[in-house]
Design a protein around this ligand. Structure first.
Ligand code: MN
Length: 521
């Protein structure tokens, strides 16, 4: 069998992706995603930016101590205190990497190092920046197993100076050099040429990494051009989430390399059958929906509607399919379970779907499953995964819904009454609103004595049919702190109540303090 060179996959969903999301993740949720990224087979997980907030520090520390196979990476500016914090957060990693660097273009240097202590002329400042880069890499190398250096705004940096900086940091111990297109300004041919030129300048042992943003919709194209130019690490995020228009989507980059192996002659360590599951998990955790036409993981990514195409695919799949849905883990939502399914059958199917529950959790889920199976008769895999997401929560349930009653009549304002449990206490509340959902939310706010602002409300059917499970996603804002909440039920008002309570539970969770993290790269 012919052997191919491989490309390392560096996932920054938990850093670049999360810093841009409307809601922040708690550290248990980040750990859950990191564990799935390990199952997916990524080479490096950029777990966060430890210096940006205590919560980010704790999340990186937790992932570093729990997640094994991938290298665990933390981001740090080229500042001694940042690097030191990053090293501490990564201390328990099996293999750690500090990703540090700074802006190297004239624009960045003039803008960020304007102070005279960095030198009076631009030429002096550039020498100072070079020395800072080398110092940062040396310090990082003493605190982690590996150092990756990012040369921010490399695309707008004069070539000669860039080559000097990169050679110096490689000499100082950086084994991976990231050439980010931070602003999403590059076009593929030009970016590919930049990478190829740098490849020629750097020692063979140094890996070049590409980090592309999607402002012009070409992050994946730029990434692939970089790979063709000699980059051997790709930085990307699940579902392409990230600053502004996002980063290069991991699933697209990986499937492009795999589908066009004839062209790239490269492999990755990714188990592509885990792609859809990972995509769904990240979308759920952040309350961001995957567009149906999203390449690789969108619901319609493999749906043929044109008559000629359908006919062609039925005769021979190769006619119009360049990838198979099973290759990315997109099985059709199959009917599997009914109210007659026992606990054993439920556990078995959950295990097949990659969900391993403790006995107590299984019992809790089973009771919920029976309620849904009674109403819905047939429970699909998608239904089951939605129920797991609804019932087995990463945040403690401070408030639990016990009872909900909604009265709605033409010509009168809808009224709602709720009863909640908080520990041993029972809380009740009533409310009237413009619509039934508004009434439910006013009743819950009255019961708990706090009323976060509803920023966004979305409802989505998990599977088709009038008996479908609906999942409601809300974005709540409590004094400037944004949290996401999600709830699932066959009754949309109950799903709405559950979503609102989930948001309140996230606000109440002790490990969910949200830092005001600085954003870079
Ligand atoms: Mn970025």
């Amino acid at each position: 069998m012919e052997t191919h060179e491989s490309v390392a996959v560096f996932d920054t969903t938990l850093r670049d992706g999360e810093q841009a999301a409307g809601s922040r993740l708690g550290r248990r949720e980040k750990l859950m995603i990191a564990e799935q990224l390990a199952r997916l087979g990524v080479d490096v997980i950029e777990a966060g930016f430890p210096c940006s907030s205590p919560e980010d520090f704790a999340a990186v520390e937790l992932i570093a101590s729990e997640v094994r196979a991938p290298v665990i990476c933390g981001l740090s500016r080229a500042v001694a205190a940042d690097i030191e914090a990053c090293g501490r957060a990564l201390a328990r990693a099996q293999r750690s990497r500090i990703h540090t660097g700074l802006g190297v273009s004239d624009i960045h240097i003039a803008g960020k190092f304007g102070d005279e202590r960095y030198g009076c002329t631009l030429a002096e400042k550039k020498e100072r920046v070079l020395a800072m880069a080398v110092g940062a890499v040396r310090q990082a190398a003493s605190l982690a197993d590996e150092v990756e250096f990012y040369a921010e705004d490399a695309g707008r940096t004069d070539q000669e100076y860039l080559a000097r900086v990169l050679s110096a940091v490689a000499e100082a111990g950086a084994t991976v050099i990231n050439v980010p297109d931070t602003t999403g300004y590059s076009v593929p041919q030009q970016y590919g040429q930049l990478i190829a030129r740098l490849r020629g300048l750097l020692p063979a042992g140094v890996v070049l990494s590409v980090h592309c943003h999607n402002d012009l919709g070409i992050a994946v194209a730029n990434t692939l051009a970089g790979v063709a130019g000699g980059a051997r690490q790709v930085e990307c995020t699940i579902n392409g989430i990230g600053e502004r228009a996002g980063n290069a989507a991991l699933e697209e980059v990986v499937m492009a390399l795999r589908t066009r192996k004839d062209f790239f002659a490269l492999t990755t360590g990714i188990d592509s059958r885990e792609l859809c599951r990972t995509s769904r998990m990240v979308a759920e955790a952040l309350g961001m929906r995957v567009p149906p036409n999203k390449p690789v993981v969108g619901r319609n990514a493999f749906a043929h509607s044109s008559g000629i195409h359908v006919d062609g695919v039925l005769k021979s799949r190769d006619t119009y399919e360049i990838m198979r849905p099973e290759d990315v883990g997109m099985e059709a939502a199959r009917v599997v379970l009914t109210a007659r399914t026992g606990r054993h059958g439920l556990r078995h199917r959950l295990t097949e779907l990659g969900k391993v529950l403790a006995d107590g959790e299984l019992e809790q889920l089973y009771q919920r499953f029976l309620q849904v199976a009674d109403r819905k008769r047939e429970v699909t895999d998608d239904d089951l995964l939605a129920l797991v997401g609804d019932e087995i929560r990463p945040t403690p349930e401070t408030y639990r819904l016990e009872y909900l009653r909604v009265e709605s009549e033409t010509g009168t304002a809808p009224a709602a009454r709720v009863r909640l449990r908080r520990g041993e206490a029972t809380l009740t509340g009533e409310g009237r609103g413009d619509g039934p959902v508004d009434a439910v939310y006013k009743a819950i706010a009255a019961a708990v004595g706090t009323a976060p602002r509803l920023e966004r409300y979305e409802i989505e059917a998990v599977t088709g049919g009038t008996e479908a499970l609906g999942t409601v996603t809300v974005l709540l804002d409590l004094e400037g702190r944004a949290v996401m909440g999600r709830g699932t039920s066959t009754d949309i008002l109950e799903a709405s109540a559950r979503a609102y309570l989930d948001g309140l539970n996230r606000i109440a969770a002790p490990d969910n303090s949200v830092g005001n993290g600085e954003r870079v790269l």
